[in-house]
Design a protein around this ligand. Structure first.
Ligand code: ADP
Ligand code: MG
Length: 699
């Protein structure tokens, strides 16, 4: 055991009480954890202000002066200690609400102090609330660091003296304790290649930079380290999986595939689609399980890829299943495949939670007895009573809605595992995909089928609704159809529901006299009613679809060319992009109106701007990543995979690429890390990263 594994309780100045809070508030349990708890920013403390110079109030500054006197005023919650603080140019007050007795006892009247904090202004007087204070004594030779670390803390930690300053004191003593045990964890080659600084020196300078230059060198090294070991872990996992999971070989291109290709595929595949098909067919031939993530923007033509893959599986004698997150989507897939299923003679079934018991029994029987070639459905497919005869291919549409362990349920009983293709229209930025899905191969459809028109997107305010209605009227007269979406984030919220109904009434008042029919669609409708409304809209019996986000994914009505989104500020970026993707599915020019109030948060402004300026799902995903962070996007916050301490997947993708390339090359030459040159890497990896390998596999 290394000193680094010592429980944080035993660091000088911590003890049981603070230790518990460090565990709870910052997930710091050991010396190692604290060492890797990095400042989130630095303050330039080379500059000092005199009291008269204080004119800016939103930044932290430092002032040198004398404590003149102090007194406690107020009672109860308003009780506070007010310290009068002076220099030659004026007087300010320092105000303390907590730990008053302690502070009062420790502040020296007449003492010369350096104070640090954010000034407030009230009328003409300036105050600091709970500033940091440092007594300047004759032994204080150097009263300032040029770059001073700022650490995240919390109210509770503050109350036990562990504000940023308190934490930095702990780290100072920690750095002394561990000086002898911070070993090199990279190979000589890598250190030489990047000219990395000493590891201990890097920790020291990232916490207490001796200069901006050293801070830079330290962060570069520590970021690289973090991403390098993460990639080693992911790549090793991939190697292990490849070794383990034998799968079926589908090399035959048979009659089903050919029939479909020749008779039912009435368009030329895009270059991107062809490339992806090649990648999949390559996987099918290896004898090992395909684990492929297929990313492609809405409308890029992923479904065709799914169908062709299914037909290849069938030509090689295997069943497939196609899972979708909702009933509507399952139905839609089912219906579109039904169109040609008879003709090319494949037997398909739909299995959702809504299927009646009797029918379900038959489907389960048929699946088990190989009377069904392809089953399409929702979560119902991963229940315990579903058994396949010879499942060869699993396709999952919109993967983010299925959990990791849920997927594995599909084939938990088989020795040889089926191939897996996961499709998503929520493009994950490449940096994130590489990291979070390092063990999946990623295919990308990065072009839309030809003749697609751009969707022109406008941001409008509520006050402009009238002009938009007039525009709608013009388009409706040209036989176009319109979606109007209201936010209904949780279907149970009565308030939102009212919004939708009020909106519906208004739109009806406005348009039904003009001869247009209106459908309404939301999660509270019965399945039959939803389908009926959808069918009416699809058949052009209704002209306007007033809806909630239930229409978000997959719904396909090419004649609908206008998407109006009410309260657009309430939607997330990827959701807006998904909704917009409901139009622009035919060859006619399409429009999207994002309607908001005038009150917009700065994040909302960024989202709206992104939507207006770009229709590229990948670009939008990058912006979304910046706004929300990777954890929220992948829903894998708890996995630890994207729980990075110092690097950042958005800003550090250069480092990520380099680390990944280096890790790949290293493992190519020395997959078990047995070479003496890689001993340092191996030791560190086993100690801190090997546990990641046990973390459930992604697909
Ligand atoms: P996605 O599932 O990626 O959102 P779809 O597979 O539903 O997209 O395809 C959207 C529409 O584009 C469908 O109507 C489909 O038939 C059509 N399509 C797909 N690929 C092509 C292509 N290469 N050329 C023309 N149309 C295509
Ligand atoms: Mg789709």
């Amino acid at each position: 055991m290394s000193i680094l594994d010592t429980n944080i309780e035993f660091l000088k100045g911590v003890g049981p009480k603070r230790s518990l809070l460090l565990n709870q508030e910052l997930k710091i349990f050991s010396f190692f954890d604290l060492l890797n708890f990095f400042p989130f920013r630095y303050v330039d403390r080379s500059k000092f202000y005199s009291i008269r110079q204080i004119t800016v109030f939103d930044v932290e500054i430092q002032v040198i002066g004398l404590v003149k006197n102090m007194q406690i005023i107020g009672v109860g919650k308003k009780k506070r200690l007010v310290v009068n603080f002076v220099d030659k140019t004026g007087l300010i007050s320092l105000i303390f609400f907590r730990r008053i007795t302690w502070i009062q006892k420790n502040i020296k009247i007449g003492g010369r102090y350096l104070i640090f904090g954010r000034p407030n202004k009230y009328h003409d007087s300036i105050s600091f609330v709970h500033p940091e204070m440092e007594l300047i004594t004759s032994s204080t030779t150097n009263i300032s660091y040029s770059l001073y670390p700022v650490y995240h803390s919390s109210e509770k930690l503050n109350n036990v003296g562990l504000n940023s300053k308190g934490l930095s004191k702990l780290i100072i003593s920690l750095l002394k304790e561990v000086k002898q045990v911070i070993y090199e964890n990279l190979s000589k080659d890598i250190i030489f290649k990047y000219n990395f600084i000493d590891r201990y020196y890097a920790f020291q300078n990232v916490h207490f930079p001796a200069s901006p230059q050293l801070l830079n060198e330290s962060t570069s090294r520590l970021k690289y380290e973090e991403l390098f070991f993460l990639q080693i872990a992911l790549l090793k996992q991939k190697i292990i999986k490849k070794k383990k999971s034998k799968s079926f070989v589908f090399t035959k291109v048979g009659p089903k595939f050919n029939d479909f290709y020749n008779k039912h595929l009435n368009f030329e595949l895009t270059t991107a689609q062809k490339r992806v098909m090649k990648e999949i067919r390559f996987d099918f031939a290896t004898g090992f399980q395909m684990n492929r993530l297929l990313q492609g923007d809405v409308g890029s033509g992923k479904t065709i890829i799914a169908i062709m893959s299914i037909l290849l599986a069938h030509d090689n004698g295997f069943q497939s299943c196609l899972m979708a997150p909702t009933d509507i989507l399952s139905n839609q897939h089912f219906n579109s495949i039904l169109e040609f299923a008879d003709d090319i003679n494949i037997r398909i079934a739909l299995l959702t939670g809504k299927i009646k018991a009797q029918e379900k029994k038959k489907i389960l029987f048929d699946l088990k007895n190989n009377n069904i070639d392809l089953v399409i459905g929702t979560h119902a497919l991963i229940q315990d009573d579903v058994f396949f005869n010879n499942l060869g291919l699993v396709i999952i549409d919109e993967q983010h809605k299925f959990g990791v362990s849920q997927r594995a349920k599909l084939w938990s009983s088989s020795n040889i595992v089926p191939h897996v293709l996961v499709m998503t229209a929520t493009p994950i930025p490449r940096t994130l995909a590489m990291t979070a899905y390092g063990d999946l191969d990623v295919s990308v459809i990065d072009e839309l089928p030809p003749n697609r028109k751009d969707i022109v997107t406008y941001h409008k305010f509520d006050s402009e609704l009238e002009t938009i209605y007039q525009f709608l009227y013009q388009e409706l007269k040209k036989d176009k159809q319109v979606y109007i979406v209201f936010p209904l984030i949780e279907e149970s919220k009565v308030l939102d529901y009212k919004n939708l109904l009020t909106g519906y009434e208004q739109i009806k008042d406005r348009f039904s006299d003009l001869g247009f029919n209106i459908s309404i669609m939301h999660g509270r409708l019965k399945k039959e009613d939803k389908e009926l409304e959808m069918a009416k809209f699809l058949n052009h019996e209704t002209h306007i679809m007033v809806a909630t986000t239930v229409i978000e994914v997959g719904v396909n009505v090419p004649n609908a060319t206008i998407m109006v989104i009410q309260n657009a500020e309430k939607f997330g970026l990827s959701q807006l992009h998904q909704l917009r993707g409901r139009v622009g599915r035919g060859s006619d020019k399409s429009f999207c109106f994002l309607i908001t109030s005038h009150k917009l948060t700065s994040d909302a402004k960024v989202r709206l701007k992104a939507m207006v300026e770009s229709s590229d799902g990948f670009k939008i995903a990058e912006i979304d990543l910046k706004l929300r962070g990777p954890g929220d996007i992948l829903g894998t916050r708890q996995s630890g995979l994207v729980n990075l301490k110092i690097s950042n997947l958005v800003n550090d993708h250069d480092v990520l690429y380099r680390a990944r390339e280096d890790a790949k090359n290293l493992l190519k030459k020395d997959s078990e890390l047995v070479s003496p040159a890689n001993l340092a890497i191996k030791k560190f990896f086993i100690k801190y990263h090997a546990k990641l390998l046990k973390w459930g596999s992604v697909a």
